[in-house]
Design a binder for this molecule. Structure first.
Ligand code: DGJ
Length: 727
């Protein structure tokens, strides 16, 4: 998968459909040479235009600066004439930033490097290239790591730094990947949002200058995702080139594309550096998180499927990545803080009778927590709500044949809590400065081991006392008053250590991470938790958008998605129960409502929905996703797509089975049926399916080229779902 052409001094990383090429140029500069459709290894140095002005390196010392400002550097530094955005920036004891990395040596090997203390891709069937670079005056050494996994169109990059000089220095920026693309014919596809409106897709043409997404909130955030794609203007869901970038990291980040004076595009992703500093003493080392780079010639959908495959096979650690997950019911939207043992038992009675398999007790079970004003940090059951603790409840739930799950918010402390009263210094803050509250809480200083231990002991006591099969790990505020530059980075590593402890000591627990909905919906968390609560907005209409956006880079099996009641608590919108189910089946599928309040007709649908879910969940977890609609009204080319419906199909890897879902977002009078072309099927196979009560058999070619006719449905948010079986 990785070759080195001795004469051309060129590295080539090949994946099934793509090639990524680097060249060691004169003086040891490492230059990005090609990334695109797969091509046989050959000398590509002409692509670097090294003989053309202003690309005149050592032959022409006079114009060295103009060479530096346009050469396609694989890992650009600052202070030596490249005025574009740097990927790497140091500060010496005298405050100098200049750094000039040159090639020293390389190694190609089976297996891969794992950045220390943070999530990373793993597994067999991979090959790696490590390139050692050195800045001679400071002695700083940088190793660029590249990995490709067999059968997956992705390149994984990360960076390690070692201070081999004789003076301490400060790292100001260590991005994980930078790619200098040779042209400007790109649009940038990215995700923005807010609480309850996460992952809204936006696609805009590149303009000269820098387009940046970032977070300095201490988490990857609701506002921007550590993901973007550069796509050609003509690229659609199924055709054309798409270059995707994401980061296996859950804290502050930056993702940027810069269109330069020579109409080249520099794409970068890594840890946010505006508030970052890391003191690298002599002989010490530092690792940056892994970035994942995907090239697809099969449109945006092909890009997404490569991310999904890589993350399912080589990132998620939990055994749940391949095994059936239980259908859960969560009491949050059913009761909020207002419950007692009897109320919880009535929900359990009904849920068990309907076939629900896992009962999750959300916020409000501990301390004196009748509202969000208190008790975070005091992880002992509230005796008023739960006399005798959790055991009577868990006995009851287990007795009903369900598993039990529990909510924690381990990174937080309420000012009104025993933990805070005993240890006010555990909360993040700056001496002499007001500590900002958010949701009436402070963030615990997870950079400190004693703080983590204080929480861990309490969580462990619960896990050892009652049978907990599932944990929802929540995080409901962002960082403020961070005590020093680089704190956010150390905080994230502390959170990862705590998660590592949890998944190592309790490997059978199904972990769902959450951050006020989807505030930490990123590949970093996926390493620990195979599913992530995508949003506090459970409205089916809004979920179409949130889930579409999330699926651009994260596998649908990770998207925490539940049916809740109507009018929806976030939007007041009323949608059919069936459509709420069909939409929630794009993710992990569960219920978040008071089952005792449902109508008989809704209750009767629940057993059918659970049966349907179990028959298709393998397709959603292990199959490929083809998005067939677009729930956004986007500018440019995407605006031409009909935004009044959404549709998607999950297809088994062997193409023997598929499940198709269609949602008519708004009804229109006097419309013909809508023809939807399916995708991902075997052209040669015949598929049996039932559409609106009519059985049919059609070839894959017919279904993909001629499509299926979906009747104009009566009412907004009506939906249709059917399975296709190869016969
Ligand atoms: C935010 C989460 O996203 C909700 O699902 C719920 O768990 C609340 N926190 C509880 O406080």
């Amino acid at each position: 998968m990785i070759t080195y052409l001795e004469e051309a001094r060129q590295f080539q990383l090949d994946t099934p459909n793509a090639s990524y090429v680097l060249t060691i140029a004169d003086e040891g500069y490492l230059l990005h040479t090609y990334w695109g459709k797969r091509i046989a290894p050959q000398d590509m140095t002409d692509l670097l235009r090294l003989g053309e002005p202003p690309f005149v390196p050592s032959q022409n010392e006079r114009e060295r600066a103009s060479f530096m400002d346009c050469a396609p550097f694989e890992y650009p530094c600052c202070g030596i004439g490249d005025y574009r955005e740097a990927a790497f920036c140091i500060e010496t004891e005298t405050g100098a930033n200049a750094c000039d990395l040159r090639y020293v040596s390389h190694r190609i090997y089976n297996g891969k490097y794992h950045p220390r203390g943070m999530p990373h891709t793993w597994g067999n069937g991979c090959e790696s290239l490590d390139i050692l670079m050195r800045d001679a005056p400071t002695g700083i050494e940088v190793t660029l790591h590249y990995t490709v996994f067999l059968g997956i169109d992705a390149v994984i990059r990360s960076v390690s730094i070692e201070n081999c000089g004789d003076a301490d220095m400060t790292l100001r920026r260590v991005l994980s990947a930078s790619v200098d693309m040779d042209d400007d014919r790109f649009e940038m596809l990215s995700l923005y949002g807010s609480w309850a409106r996460e992952r809204q897709a936006e696609r805009l043409p590149m303009r000269h200058g820098k387009q940046r997404l970032d977070s300095s909130r201490g988490e990857s955030s609701h506002q921007y995702s550590p993901f973007f794609a550069l796509v050609r203007p003509e690229t659609t869901e199924q055709q054309g080139e798409a270059y995707g970038f994401t980061l296996i990291w859950s804290g502050d980040f930056m993702a940027q594309a810069e269109l330069t004076q020579f109409c080249q595009t520099r794409a970068q992703i890594g840890m946010q550096s505006d508030y970052f500093a890391y003191c690298l003493s002599t002989e010490s080392e530092f690792d940056a998180p892994e970035a994942v780079l995907v090239y697809s010639a099969e449109g945006i959908g092909g890009m997404s499927r490569s991310f999904h495959k890589l993350f399912s096979d080589h990132l998620i650690r939990s055994d749940y990545r391949y095994i059936e997950r239980p259908v859960l019911i969560n009491n949050w939207e059913a009761t909020y803080f207002n419950f007692d043992l009897d109320k919880l038992k009535t929900i359990a009675d009904e849920a068990a009778a309907l076939g629900i398999e896992l009962y999750v007790l959300d916020d409000g079970w501990f301390g004196k927590r009748d509202s969000d004003n208190c008790s975070l940090g005091d992880w002992t059951p509230d005796e008023c709500k739960l006399p005798g603790g959790l055991k009577p409840l868990t006995d009851y739930i287990i007795g009903k044949g369900m598993q039990f799950g529990l909510w924690f918010e381990p990174e937080m402390v309420s000012p009104d809590s025993n933990l805070y009263r005993a240890h006010p210094d555990y909360a993040v803050g700056i001496a002499g400065r007001l500590q900002t509250q958010s949701r009436a809480q402070y963030v615990l200083d997870y950079t400190r081991r004693d703080v983590r231990d204080a929480v861990w002991e309490q969580i462990k006591a619960i896990l050892d006392a009652v049978p907990v099969s599932y944990i929802k790990w929540d995080m409901n505020r962002q960082l403020t008053e961070v005590p020093y530059a680089g704190f956010s980075h150390a905080y994230m590593l502390g959170v990862y250590q705590m998660l590592e402890r949890l998944v190592t000591e309790y490997p059978d627990i199904l972990l769902e991470s959450c951050s006020g909905g989807g505030g930490r919906f990123d590949a970093g968390m996926l390493y620990y938790s195979p599913q992530i609560w995508a949003s506090d907005n459970t409205d089916a209409r809004d979920r179409l958008r949130i889930q579409y956006g999330a699926s651009l880079f994260m596998p649908p099996s990770a998207i925490g998605s539940h049916i809740s009641i109507c009018p929806n608590h976030a939007t007041g919108r009323v949608t059919p129960f069936e459509t709420r189910a069909n939409t929630a089946m794009f993710g992990t599928f569960g219920y978040e409502l008071d089952v005792t309040q449902l109508t008989d007709s809704e209750k009767s649908q629940i057993s059918e929905q659970i049966a349907q879910w179990h028959s298709i969940s393998r397709l959603i977890r292990d199959g490929g996703l083809w998005r067939l609609g677009n729930p956004f009204r986007l500018s440019g080319y995407a605006a031409q797509q009909n935004a009044d419906y959404d549709a998607w199909i999950f297809v088994a890897e062997d193409q023997s089975e598929a499940v198709f879902t269609y949602v008519q977002i708004t009804a229109e009078a006097n419309m013909k049926s809508r023809r939807i072309l399916l995708a991902g099927l075997d052209r040669e196979a015949d598929y049996a399916y039932t559409l609106c009560g009519e059985e049919d058999i059609k070839s894959g070619a017919y279904l993909m080229q001629c499509g299926v006719m979906i009747p104009n449905l009566w009412g907004d948010m009506q939906s249709i779902q059917f399975v296709l079986q190869a016969v």
